[in-house]
Design a binder for this molecule. Sequence first.
Ligand code: DAH
Length: 360
Amino acid sequence: MSDLDSLQSQILTAVAAAADEAALDAVRVAALGKKGSLSAELATLGKLPPEERKSRGAAINQVKDAVTAALSERREVLAAAALDARLARETLDVTLPLREAPTDAGRIHPLSQVMDELTAIFADMGFAIAEGPDIETDDYNFTRLNFPEGHPAREMHDTFFFNPKEDGSRLLLRTHTSPVQVRTMLTQKPPIRVICPGRTYRKDSDQTHTPMFHQVEGLVIDKGSHLGHLKWILAEFCKAFFEVDNVNMRFRPSFFPFTEPSLEVDIQCRRARDEIRFGEGEDWLEILGCGMVHPNVLRACDLDPDVYQGFAWGMGIDRIAMLKYGMPDLRQLFEGDARWLTHYGFKPLDIPTLAGGLSS
Ligand code: DAH
């Protein structure tokens, strides 16, 4: 066997033995690279006499062709094997159960859900949202709402006061959402149609009272507003909120310093063990206070009561949320118990809309 034959068979053996593309490339470099064994043979040609050079050159090139062909054939085999291995490794088992998405694990608090429901209903009737701070002035919380200084109605509210300032004035935690009415009338021109949902505070704590609770205030101010409009709005709201075709409402005379006349509204219901039905039954549930805005309040908010009238209402959000979703204990709404929230909470993507359904 000539030296070239044995070189060729040595290289071809190495090609056949290369287990992967990297090893094959190393074989290629060892044979055909600058310092490779075949390149070294070609380099010897220059020293040969011309008659030998031609046949030797042709013989070396034959070996080179054979090696190149073997390399490319082996490369194809190895590449196909590598692809097969990768496809096998990367198969997906589509029968595996899905991992729970974060949106399935989290819950929206029922109060947040109810606030979104209220917002959707009133927005549909053309109301905007107005907001005010939890820390209020005595002036906005009481005085401009026609609570005279020293009037017993101020005490009814069991207010959390801050320490008095040097001038004697005291800030307080708002006892109702009605000061947002004042802020709205002072900054917006009628016609006004707003609702003001938010936190309110009173020194009160028992089974049906918590020191912090939620109200939603409604305010309409225009030139021809009257109690008929108020009744219609409240009836439409109750039907939409409790998701029933019919609600019977009862308006009782009441007293609030900031409205005249003042009314309290009850809705008719029937309580059956753990269920409550509206629009039928013998029970009446008080759900809100309302009335025509007192002329003194309009004046205190720079509106002329001979030109503008309006009505307002205030409703406890916690209470209507408990009624609608059958939550028996007010205090649990604020305990932050994850088990309670998992039971009564809503999926984050269950966004209430009138078109899509409020609670479905
Ligand atoms: N602010 C009252 C309360 O906290 C509720 C209320 C009653 C608000 C009558 C009103 C209203 O706007 O007109 O008890």
